[in-house]
Design a protein around this ligand. Sequence first.
Ligand SMILES: Nc1ncnc2c1ncn2[C@@H]1O[C@H](COP(=O)(O)OP(=O)(O)OP(=O)(O)O)[C@@H](O)[C@H]1O
Length: 266
Amino acid sequence: MSQEEVLIETKNLDKIYGTGEDSVLALKDINLEIRRGEFVCVLGPSGCGKSTLLKTIAGYIEATNGQCLMQGEEIEGPDWHRGVVFQSSTLYPWMSVKDNVEFGPRMRNLPEDEIKEIQEYFLEEVNLSGFGDKATFELSGGMKQRVALARVLANNPQVILMDEPFGALDALTRNDMQKLIHNIWKENNSTIFFITHDVDEALSLATRVVVMSKRPGRIIREFNVDFTDTLFDENTKFDDSSQRVEYEDEYFKVKNEILDIINNQV
Ligand SMILES: Nc1ncnc2c1ncn2[C@@H]1O[C@H](COP(=O)(O)OP(=O)(O)OP(=O)(O)O)[C@@H](O)[C@H]1O
Protein backbone atom coordinates (compact mmCIF):
# COMPACT_ATOMS: atom_id res chain seq x y z
CA MET A 1 0.00 0.00 0.00
CA SER A 2 1.34 3.39 -0.98
CA GLN A 3 2.43 5.72 1.80
CA GLU A 4 1.05 8.79 0.02
CA GLU A 5 -1.36 11.11 1.80
CA VAL A 6 -4.98 9.90 2.05
CA LEU A 7 -7.02 12.47 0.10
CA ILE A 8 -10.46 10.89 0.29
CA GLU A 9 -11.75 8.55 2.94
CA THR A 10 -15.17 7.01 3.44
CA LYS A 11 -15.93 5.42 6.78
CA ASN A 12 -18.81 2.99 7.20
CA LEU A 13 -20.70 4.92 4.57
CA ASP A 14 -24.33 3.95 3.82
CA LYS A 15 -26.60 5.65 1.34
CA ILE A 16 -30.36 5.17 1.43
CA TYR A 17 -32.50 6.96 -1.17
CA GLY A 18 -36.01 7.93 -0.02
CA THR A 19 -37.82 6.76 3.10
CA GLY A 20 -40.29 4.10 4.17
CA GLU A 21 -41.42 1.33 1.84
CA ASP A 22 -40.00 3.00 -1.26
CA SER A 23 -36.54 3.50 0.16
CA VAL A 24 -33.54 2.06 -1.68
CA LEU A 25 -30.41 0.96 0.16
CA ALA A 26 -27.84 1.88 -2.50
CA LEU A 27 -24.56 1.64 -0.56
CA LYS A 28 -23.72 -0.39 2.53
CA ASP A 29 -20.73 0.09 4.78
CA ILE A 30 -18.29 1.50 2.25
CA ASN A 31 -14.79 1.94 3.63
CA LEU A 32 -12.47 3.31 1.00
CA GLU A 33 -9.27 5.33 0.97
CA ILE A 34 -8.00 7.18 -2.08
CA ARG A 35 -4.38 8.25 -1.80
CA ARG A 36 -2.60 11.01 -3.68
CA GLY A 37 -1.41 9.83 -7.07
CA GLU A 38 -3.62 6.75 -7.22
CA PHE A 39 -5.75 5.84 -10.22
CA VAL A 40 -8.65 3.96 -8.66
CA CYS A 41 -11.10 2.23 -11.00
CA VAL A 42 -14.45 1.00 -9.72
CA LEU A 43 -16.23 -1.96 -11.30
CA GLY A 44 -19.49 -3.61 -10.34
CA PRO A 45 -22.83 -4.78 -11.70
CA SER A 46 -25.27 -2.24 -13.07
CA GLY A 47 -27.18 -0.45 -10.32
CA CYS A 48 -24.72 -1.43 -7.57
CA GLY A 49 -24.18 2.15 -6.48
CA LYS A 50 -21.01 3.21 -8.31
CA SER A 51 -22.43 6.59 -9.35
CA THR A 52 -23.93 7.05 -5.90
CA LEU A 53 -20.47 6.62 -4.39
CA LEU A 54 -18.97 9.09 -6.86
CA LYS A 55 -21.70 11.67 -6.22
CA THR A 56 -21.19 11.33 -2.46
CA ILE A 57 -17.46 11.94 -2.84
CA ALA A 58 -18.20 14.86 -5.18
CA GLY A 59 -20.46 16.33 -2.48
CA TYR A 60 -23.56 16.29 -4.70
CA ILE A 61 -25.43 14.02 -2.28
CA GLU A 62 -25.05 13.27 1.41
CA ALA A 63 -24.29 9.94 3.02
CA THR A 64 -27.14 8.58 5.15
CA ASN A 65 -24.76 7.04 7.72
CA GLY A 66 -21.01 7.17 8.14
CA GLN A 67 -18.56 9.72 6.85
CA CYS A 68 -17.04 10.95 3.63
CA LEU A 69 -13.88 12.97 4.23
CA MET A 70 -11.43 14.93 2.13
CA GLN A 71 -8.06 15.45 3.82
CA GLY A 72 -9.76 14.65 7.12
CA GLU A 73 -12.58 17.21 6.71
CA GLU A 74 -16.19 16.22 6.15
CA ILE A 75 -17.28 16.81 2.53
CA GLU A 76 -20.21 19.18 2.73
CA GLY A 77 -20.94 20.04 -0.87
CA PRO A 78 -19.43 20.34 -4.34
CA ASP A 79 -16.08 22.02 -4.49
CA TRP A 80 -13.54 22.68 -7.24
CA HIS A 81 -10.97 20.58 -5.39
CA ARG A 82 -12.99 17.62 -6.69
CA GLY A 83 -13.55 17.89 -10.46
CA VAL A 84 -16.21 15.69 -12.05
CA VAL A 85 -16.44 14.34 -15.62
CA PHE A 86 -19.64 12.46 -16.55
CA GLN A 87 -20.40 10.14 -19.47
CA SER A 88 -22.18 12.80 -21.44
CA SER A 89 -20.50 16.10 -21.36
CA THR A 90 -22.03 18.79 -19.22
CA LEU A 91 -20.44 21.68 -21.10
CA TYR A 92 -22.15 25.04 -21.25
CA PRO A 93 -23.56 24.92 -24.80
CA TRP A 94 -23.89 28.69 -25.15
CA MET A 95 -20.18 29.20 -24.47
CA SER A 96 -17.22 28.60 -26.76
CA VAL A 97 -14.69 25.88 -25.97
CA LYS A 98 -12.34 28.53 -24.58
CA ASP A 99 -15.00 30.08 -22.36
CA ASN A 100 -15.94 26.66 -20.98
CA VAL A 101 -12.33 26.04 -19.94
CA GLU A 102 -11.93 29.55 -18.54
CA PHE A 103 -15.16 29.34 -16.54
CA GLY A 104 -13.68 27.83 -13.33
CA PRO A 105 -10.58 30.04 -13.12
CA ARG A 106 -12.79 33.07 -13.83
CA MET A 107 -15.17 32.08 -11.01
CA ARG A 108 -12.12 31.94 -8.77
CA ASN A 109 -11.30 35.52 -9.76
CA LEU A 110 -7.85 34.74 -11.10
CA PRO A 111 -6.16 37.52 -13.07
CA GLU A 112 -7.15 37.64 -16.80
CA ASP A 113 -3.66 36.79 -18.11
CA GLU A 114 -3.46 33.76 -15.80
CA ILE A 115 -6.93 32.61 -16.95
CA LYS A 116 -5.79 32.77 -20.57
CA GLU A 117 -2.56 30.95 -19.81
CA ILE A 118 -4.43 28.15 -18.00
CA GLN A 119 -6.93 27.84 -20.84
CA GLU A 120 -4.22 27.61 -23.48
CA TYR A 121 -2.18 25.16 -21.44
CA PHE A 122 -5.02 22.72 -20.82
CA LEU A 123 -6.52 22.92 -24.32
CA GLU A 124 -3.07 21.99 -25.56
CA GLU A 125 -2.86 19.19 -23.00
CA VAL A 126 -6.08 17.62 -24.39
CA ASN A 127 -4.92 18.22 -27.99
CA LEU A 128 -7.48 20.91 -28.74
CA SER A 129 -5.26 23.92 -29.38
CA GLY A 130 -6.84 25.89 -32.17
CA PHE A 131 -10.39 24.84 -31.26
CA GLY A 132 -10.88 27.49 -28.57
CA ASP A 133 -13.31 29.62 -30.55
CA LYS A 134 -15.55 26.72 -31.63
CA ALA A 135 -19.01 26.36 -30.19
CA THR A 136 -19.26 23.15 -28.19
CA PHE A 137 -22.15 21.82 -30.33
CA GLU A 138 -19.76 21.77 -33.30
CA LEU A 139 -17.57 19.14 -31.63
CA SER A 140 -17.58 15.34 -31.82
CA GLY A 141 -18.31 13.27 -28.71
CA GLY A 142 -14.62 12.62 -28.05
CA MET A 143 -13.75 16.30 -28.44
CA LYS A 144 -16.52 17.29 -26.03
CA GLN A 145 -15.12 14.89 -23.44
CA ARG A 146 -11.67 16.41 -23.96
CA VAL A 147 -13.10 19.89 -23.34
CA ALA A 148 -14.88 18.57 -20.24
CA LEU A 149 -11.54 17.20 -19.05
CA ALA A 150 -9.70 20.46 -19.79
CA ARG A 151 -12.41 22.38 -17.92
CA VAL A 152 -11.89 20.19 -14.86
CA LEU A 153 -8.07 20.30 -15.12
CA ALA A 154 -8.16 24.10 -15.34
CA ASN A 155 -9.27 24.14 -11.71
CA ASN A 156 -6.23 22.13 -10.66
CA PRO A 157 -8.39 19.76 -8.59
CA GLN A 158 -6.94 17.52 -5.90
CA VAL A 159 -9.02 14.62 -7.21
CA ILE A 160 -10.66 13.97 -10.58
CA LEU A 161 -13.88 11.94 -10.37
CA MET A 162 -14.90 10.31 -13.65
CA ASP A 163 -18.21 8.48 -14.15
CA GLU A 164 -17.90 6.26 -17.23
CA PRO A 165 -16.38 9.18 -19.12
CA PHE A 166 -15.66 7.19 -22.27
CA GLY A 167 -18.76 4.96 -22.16
CA ALA A 168 -20.51 6.71 -25.04
CA LEU A 169 -17.50 6.85 -27.36
CA ASP A 170 -16.62 4.54 -30.25
CA ALA A 171 -13.81 2.03 -29.67
CA LEU A 172 -11.05 4.00 -31.44
CA THR A 173 -11.85 7.30 -29.76
CA ARG A 174 -12.10 5.46 -26.50
CA ASN A 175 -8.58 4.08 -26.91
CA ASP A 176 -7.25 7.56 -27.67
CA MET A 177 -9.00 8.95 -24.62
CA GLN A 178 -7.61 6.22 -22.37
CA LYS A 179 -4.11 7.05 -23.55
CA LEU A 180 -4.77 10.74 -23.01
CA ILE A 181 -6.04 10.31 -19.47
CA HIS A 182 -3.12 7.99 -18.66
CA ASN A 183 -0.64 10.61 -19.89
CA ILE A 184 -2.38 13.42 -18.02
CA TRP A 185 -2.40 11.34 -14.85
CA LYS A 186 1.33 10.61 -15.22
CA GLU A 187 2.39 14.13 -16.15
CA ASN A 188 0.41 15.89 -13.44
CA ASN A 189 0.67 13.20 -10.77
CA SER A 190 -3.13 13.45 -10.59
CA THR A 191 -5.40 11.43 -8.36
CA ILE A 192 -8.25 9.82 -10.26
CA PHE A 193 -11.40 7.94 -9.22
CA PHE A 194 -12.86 6.36 -12.32
CA ILE A 195 -16.05 4.34 -12.81
CA THR A 196 -16.30 1.92 -15.69
CA HIS A 197 -18.22 -1.15 -16.83
CA ASP A 198 -15.25 -2.39 -18.78
CA VAL A 199 -12.77 -4.67 -17.01
CA ASP A 200 -10.09 -4.09 -19.68
CA GLU A 201 -10.46 -0.34 -19.31
CA ALA A 202 -10.06 -0.67 -15.53
CA LEU A 203 -7.01 -2.92 -15.83
CA SER A 204 -5.43 -0.68 -18.47
CA LEU A 205 -5.68 2.49 -16.42
CA ALA A 206 -5.75 1.65 -12.73
CA THR A 207 -3.24 1.33 -9.98
CA ARG A 208 -6.07 -0.18 -7.92
CA VAL A 209 -9.32 -1.81 -8.99
CA VAL A 210 -12.22 -1.80 -6.53
CA VAL A 211 -14.94 -4.38 -7.19
CA MET A 212 -18.41 -3.79 -5.78
CA SER A 213 -21.21 -6.23 -5.06
CA LYS A 214 -24.70 -5.96 -6.51
CA ARG A 215 -27.08 -3.69 -4.61
CA PRO A 216 -26.71 -2.81 -1.81
CA GLY A 217 -23.25 -1.93 -3.06
CA ARG A 218 -20.41 -3.06 -0.84
CA ILE A 219 -16.74 -3.29 -1.66
CA ILE A 220 -15.97 -6.98 -2.05
CA ARG A 221 -12.43 -7.00 -3.39
CA GLU A 222 -9.60 -4.61 -4.19
CA PHE A 223 -6.76 -5.44 -6.57
CA ASN A 224 -3.49 -3.52 -6.73
CA VAL A 225 -2.42 -3.66 -10.36
CA ASP A 226 0.36 -2.17 -12.48
CA PHE A 227 -0.35 -2.93 -16.11
CA THR A 228 -0.89 0.68 -17.08
CA ASP A 229 2.66 1.88 -17.77
CA THR A 230 3.54 -1.18 -19.83
CA LEU A 231 0.35 -0.86 -21.86
CA PHE A 232 0.64 2.82 -22.65
CA ASP A 233 4.38 3.35 -22.79
CA GLU A 234 5.24 3.23 -26.46
CA ASN A 235 8.82 2.31 -25.64
CA THR A 236 7.90 -0.77 -23.66
CA LYS A 237 9.86 -3.71 -24.93
CA PHE A 238 9.84 -7.11 -23.33
CA ASP A 239 13.35 -8.58 -23.11
CA ASP A 240 12.08 -11.87 -24.44
CA SER A 241 8.83 -13.57 -25.23
CA SER A 242 8.68 -15.35 -21.88
CA GLN A 243 8.48 -11.95 -20.19
CA ARG A 244 5.54 -11.03 -22.42
CA VAL A 245 3.82 -14.33 -21.68
CA GLU A 246 4.34 -13.79 -17.95
CA TYR A 247 2.83 -10.30 -18.22
CA GLU A 248 -0.15 -11.50 -20.25
CA ASP A 249 -0.72 -14.46 -17.94
CA GLU A 250 -0.87 -12.14 -14.96
CA TYR A 251 -3.24 -9.77 -16.81
CA PHE A 252 -5.66 -12.54 -17.75
CA LYS A 253 -5.48 -14.11 -14.31
CA VAL A 254 -6.61 -10.85 -12.66
CA LYS A 255 -9.15 -10.17 -15.42
CA ASN A 256 -10.74 -13.61 -15.03
CA GLU A 257 -10.81 -13.29 -11.26
CA ILE A 258 -12.66 -9.97 -11.54
CA LEU A 259 -15.08 -11.31 -14.16
CA ASP A 260 -15.84 -14.30 -11.95
CA ILE A 261 -16.63 -12.04 -9.01
CA ILE A 262 -18.90 -9.82 -11.12
CA ASN A 263 -20.63 -12.65 -12.95
CA ASN A 264 -21.29 -14.57 -9.76
CA GLN A 265 -23.23 -11.57 -8.50
CA VAL A 266 -25.85 -11.45 -11.19
N1 LIG B 1 -32.15 9.67 -6.83
C1 LIG B 1 -32.44 8.39 -6.63
N2 LIG B 1 -33.58 8.02 -5.98
C2 LIG B 1 -33.87 6.72 -5.76
N3 LIG B 1 -33.08 5.70 -6.12
C3 LIG B 1 -31.93 6.01 -6.75
C4 LIG B 1 -31.56 7.35 -7.05
N4 LIG B 1 -30.36 7.35 -7.68
C5 LIG B 1 -30.02 6.04 -7.79
N5 LIG B 1 -30.96 5.25 -7.24
C6 LIG B 1 -30.91 3.78 -7.13
O1 LIG B 1 -29.77 3.42 -6.38
C7 LIG B 1 -29.13 2.28 -6.93
C8 LIG B 1 -27.70 2.61 -7.30
O2 LIG B 1 -27.71 3.51 -8.42
P1 LIG B 1 -26.38 4.03 -9.11
O3 LIG B 1 -26.77 4.89 -10.24
O4 LIG B 1 -25.49 4.60 -8.06
O5 LIG B 1 -25.74 2.65 -9.61
P2 LIG B 1 -24.59 2.39 -10.69
O6 LIG B 1 -23.79 1.24 -10.17
O7 LIG B 1 -23.86 3.65 -10.98
O8 LIG B 1 -25.44 1.96 -11.96
P3 LIG B 1 -25.02 1.88 -13.52
O9 LIG B 1 -23.82 0.99 -13.57
O10 LIG B 1 -26.21 1.24 -14.16
O11 LIG B 1 -24.76 3.27 -13.97
C9 LIG B 1 -29.99 1.86 -8.13
O12 LIG B 1 -30.88 0.85 -7.72
C10 LIG B 1 -30.73 3.13 -8.50
O13 LIG B 1 -31.98 2.82 -9.09
